[in-house]
Write a protein that binds this ligand. Structure first.
Ligand SMILES: Cc1cc2nc3c(=O)[nH]c(=O)nc-3n(C[C@H](O)[C@H](O)[C@H](O)COP(=O)(O)OP(=O)(O)OC[C@H]3O[C@@H](n4cnc5c(N)ncnc54)[C@H](O)[C@@H]3O)c2cc1C
Length: 494
């Protein structure tokens, strides 16, 4: 029987599979719903090309979800990677750490436990990276599996943005991953090498594939978790239109914040009333999907008299504590550029529920963006700052200016609303007496044994930076906890 069965070979799942299988006495099985290629050169060119996001209407490697972004009825669509490497195989390659303030907030959710303090997690961030610009500096790693670099030759648009930020009075931040709480403009650290996106699949998993104690199955979708009493003992999977049950000593869900939550709910772990309404037998009541957070983004479109240049989608950002302003280098419409203004610590929270017990039907996802007055105020202020920067760039705005009175300005915010696709927290972490918590501080599902969630689902606070590097860190940190426990066949603490 498998010691650890990991559901989902995405950003977190690939890290865990590689790290846990370093112990030859520990058998690891990774199940991924999407395709696997066994060498980086085998990946389709679109997945490797870091200059654009391979998320077009025909892309075959995506989960797609209709969502409601706000109560004003703003609808949207979001995607996640359904391929080895998960969302990290299709994303913008922006690899930046969360701030010390984020980890203070996270630790407060755990009664000031030190497991997720900034000092405790820093070694895991460092282990993950091979920073080619700052690897020799304190706070950095130079031998980890993920190459991290900033654009050596930024596009003219990015340079104009950085110059405009300086002219408005914002300082330069040389290293966004070291000055954890700094305000100002800085070059984006990216997980790329030779123009290629390096996901945790190519960085961590592929080099480990030859280990005899690691099995990876592609095109295998887990549809339900099996329990004996309160112990998780296996999973039902679909593979080539056949169903099968796979048994394991310990099951780790790393299916991402949407699918890990949906899987728990379909398996009977969730709000009892909601599950009964869908005829799902209740195994254990838990607030799965009752809260999530994501970064709302307002888009300002503009034209700029500057040559376009193929590069990573985002080379510079302006960080203003809870606001991130992003001059995307990729034109969403030919000739039209976009400035994204994201609220990184929103108070509005979303809800995820099942529509049906049928795994083929995607869950209902309501972001409830802009429902808190605080969020609307912060975004109104941020749009005014962004307009100043655009003015300094001599950009020609294509978006109608935000009107002044706050009521009409709010309608304008709704009309220009989008999402950063950073959904997290559906299985949030907290103490046993926290009625919002699904997992404990070591990612084990409260009230059940043999079952953990290790991915972006567990983060209990909004992260004020993009979540990719932190998802890698979470998996590194939990794998390390396990190995410090002795790394034996069974895994009492994971
Ligand atoms: C288009 C896009 C752009 C983004 N850009 C950035 C960026 O530039 N920087 C940044 O910091 N963040 C970015 N993000 C967010 C970031 O990529 C994700 O938050 C992060 O990768 C999540 O990691 P995860 O391990 O939680 O989930 P994922 O990486 O999504 O992994 C989940 C894996 O589980 C598999 N899976 C799901 N359900 C099942 C099942 N039932 N059975 C078997 N396998 C299953 C999936 O196929 C997938 O491989 C972006 C996200 C998207 C979608």
């Amino acid at each position: 029987m498998t010691d650890t069965l990991i559901v989902g070979g995405g950003t977190a799942g690939c890290v865990l599979a590689a790290r846990l299988s370093e112990n030859p006495d520990h058998t690891v099985r990774l199940l991924e719903a999407g395709r696997l290629w066994r060498a980086p050169d085998g990946f389709p060119a679109e997945l490797l090309d870091a200059t654009s996001l391979p998320v077009g209407a025909d892309a075959p490697w995506l989960w797609r979800y209709p969502v409601t972004l706000s109560d004003a009825g703003v609808a949207g669509n979001i995607v996640r990677g359904k391929v080895i490497g998960g969302s990290g195989a299709v994303n913008g390659s922006y690899f930046v750490r969360a701030t010390a303030a984020d980890f203070e907030a996270w630790s407060r959710e755990l009664d000031s436990s030190k497991t997720w303090s900034f000092d405790s997690v820093l070694p895991a961030y460092c282990r993950s990276e091979r920073d080619v610009d700052f690897g020799d500096h304190p706070w950095h790693g130079r031998s980890g599996p993920i190459p991290v670099r900033r654009s050596a030759n930024p596009a003219p648009l990015s340079e104009q943005f950085a110059t405009a930020c300086a002219a408005v009075g914002f300082p330069a931040i040389p290293d966004l991953n070291a000055n954890a709480d700094a305000h100002g403009v800085g070059a984006v650290p990216c997980n790329i090498e030779d123009g290629r996106r390096v996901s945790t699949a190519s960085g961590y998993l592929l080099p480990a594939l030859s280990r005899p104690n690691l099995t990876v199955q592609e095109a295998t979708t887990v549809v339900r978790i099996r329990f004996r009493g309160m112990r998780a003992i296996g999973v039902d999977v679909m593979h080539d239109d056949r169903t099968e049950t796979i048994w394991a000593d310990h099951i780790v869900l790393s299916a991402g914040a949407i699918e890990s939550a949906a899987l728990l709910l379909r398996s009977g772990v969730g709000d009892a009333e909601h599950l009964r309404a869908l005829d799902i037998p209740v195994v254990h009541p838990a607030p799965v999907g009752a809260w999530f957070t994501d970064h709302p983004e307002i888009g300002l479109e503009y034209r700029l008299d500057a040559p376009e240049q193929a590069t990573v989608p985002l080379e510079y950002v302006l960080e203003l504590d809870d606001i991130e302003i992003r001059p995307y280098t990729v034109a969403f419409t030919p000739g039209v550029q976009r400035l994204g203004i994201a609220l990184m610590r929103p108070q509005s929270a979303g809800v995820l529920r099942l529509r049906s017990a049928d795994p083929a039907i995607p869950p209902a996802i309501e972001h409830r963006y802009l429902s808190a007055e605080h969020d609307r105020t912060r975004l109104r202020d941020a749009v005014a700052t962004a307009a100043q920067v655009l003015h300094r760039m001599s950009a020609q705005s294509r978006t109608d200016p935000m009107p002044r009175p706050s009521k009409t300005a709010d309608a304008w915010l709704h009309a220009n609303l989008a999402t950063s696709q950073h959904l997290s927290g559906t299985c949030r972490m907290g103490g046993a007496d926290d009625d919002r918590a699904v997992v404990d501080e070591l990612c084990r599902v409260h009230g059940l044994t043999g079952l953990s969630v290790i991915d972006l689902s567990v983060v209990p606070v909004p992260l004020s930076r993009g979540p990719q590097a932190t998802t890698v860190m979470i998996a590194e940190n939990m794998a390390d906890h396990r190995s410090r426990d002795g790394g034996g066949r069974t895994s009492p603490r994971l």
